[in-house]
Design a protein around this ligand. Sequence first.
Ligand code: PLP
Length: 358
Amino acid sequence: RKFNFSAGPAALPEEVLQQAQAELLDWHGEGLSIMEMSHRSAEYVGVATQAEQDLRELMQIPDNYKVLFLQGGATAQFAMVPMNLLRGAESADYINTGIWSKKAIKEAQRYCNVNVAASVEANNFTSAPVQSELQLDPKAAYLHYTTNETIGGVEFDYIPDAGDVPLVADMSSDILSAPVDVSRFGLIYAGAQKNIGPAGLTVVIVREDLIGQTLAGTPSMYDYKIHADADSMNNTPPTFGWYLAGLVFQWIKRQGGVQAIAEINRRKAAKLYAAIDGSDFYGNPVAVNNRSIMNVPFTLADTALEARFLELAEAEGLLNLKGHRSVGGMRASIYNAVPEAAVDALIDFMQRFEKEQA
Ligand code: PLP
């Protein structure tokens, strides 16, 4: 296998893939695949329940929060959040730190007035705003932000204070990368395809008292309460993704939990940023305290060399280093499952590539 720096769907732990492969045809001697099993069977419900328990343990999710295993990606959450959390209000606060926040804003505007509490668009999304810059609307139902902008590589280094209203976070690209205090949030959501498992599964963690007051006309599939009351089995859930997420949660536990994973992540990111900063050949524009430990965008001083860089990298088994099509440049996504050896190999390649151009 090669080193995969994809932003998502992203690398999964090799150990997890091996385990899934070993039991793919015959799950635990049942004579069928987990993919072929009824979601109502005692065996599958056991798998699903264990996955939820493991996630609760890993993130220390308080008991008054529901954990939902849904479909529709983080993009469906862009709509589900206002549909469920406006609760009679007409406006919501959003922080704009990049492409994903903008998409969340645009979708929310279909349901309410969006007050952009702060935007860093003027600096080309190269930092996160500080708390004192947030201009909150006293009538807003909640404050939404993107903890980690996957494309820009900008990550908040603090949890915003939303005052009396719930704080809502899109954690698609940094969930489980470092410990967070879940009790500070009203709702957290994440598409699975970066740090959790395969695409097709979306995890939502929501405080119980916030659900059950949806906007008139909300489809039942977009109602958190309906999913919560049915233990995410209102209809057929994404069973394989949920199972695989469970294997990933167990893998994180074997690594020593989120705290231990965070130390490795910080070390991986620090050495990659050091390599970028240590050379005039490579650059990263993000404010140092907001640099993402998951997505590391970088540029080459001479953009004409980008295609050659990518071609040679790929030939060495370093895959998916091309930046997002909207911003160009390079991007190395170094999620939990990307081994430190991958980062070492990338740095080594970058240094050799630079020398060859001299
Ligand atoms: N939010 C963030 C921060 C993302 O990185 C992504 C996808 O990459 C999305 C939302 C959209 O997720 P999905 O494709 O699961 O709808």
